[in-house]
Design a protein around this ligand. Structure first.
Ligand code: CU
Length: 155
């Protein structure tokens, strides 16, 4: 009886370890990007961008840099109490989301090479610490476009 109990416990531990390694989504980030858009910029130098990154995986990831063919530089900003702050990275929690939206976190496209116009798409490359690069075709919307009408603009 005693020997059988030990064996059972050992088999159970093995099964759990296996599940931890190979279970779908667990232990690794699984990222997708949605709801991306750029309001057509008013200025010829600078534009904002918004998107939602969803992580279905069991491990967090970090957005570490953003680049775009239309901009010399893309920076990541958070808005806290109405003031914006540049950030070097953003965490996407396991089974969570990172949201860039008007009035909150946002991307800033600086040193624009051309002025994006409504109806165009802007290629944006997001680089993550674990998942590597992900390219998004970000549609350019009207200057006043806002998916949730109750929010104030970030700038
Ligand atoms: Cu900003």
């Amino acid at each position: 009886m005693r020997r059988r109990a030990v064996l059972t416990a050992g088999a159970l531990a093995g099964a759990l370890a296996l599940a931890g390694c190979s279970g779908s989504g667990s232990g690794r980030p699984d990222l997708s990007v949605g709801s991306s858009y750029m309001p057509q910029p008013v200025s010829a130098d600078i534009a904002a961008g918004f998107l939602t990154i969803t992580n279905k995986g069991g491990a967090q990831d970090r957005l570490t840099s953003v680049t775009s063919s239309v901009a010399g530089q893309v920076t990541m900003h958070s808005t806290v109490g109405g003031a914006m702050e540049e950030k070097s990275s953003f965490v996407i929690p396991a089974h969570g989301q990172l949201v860039f939206k008007s009035g909150g976190n946002h991307l800033m496209f600086e040193k624009l090479k051309r002025k994006p116009e409504q109806g165009q798409k802007v290629t944006v490359k997001l680089t993550f610490a674990k998942s590597g690069p992900l390219t998004v075709e970000m549609p350019v919307r009207s200057a006043t476009y806002n998916p949730s009408a109750n929010q104030s603009t970030g700038h």
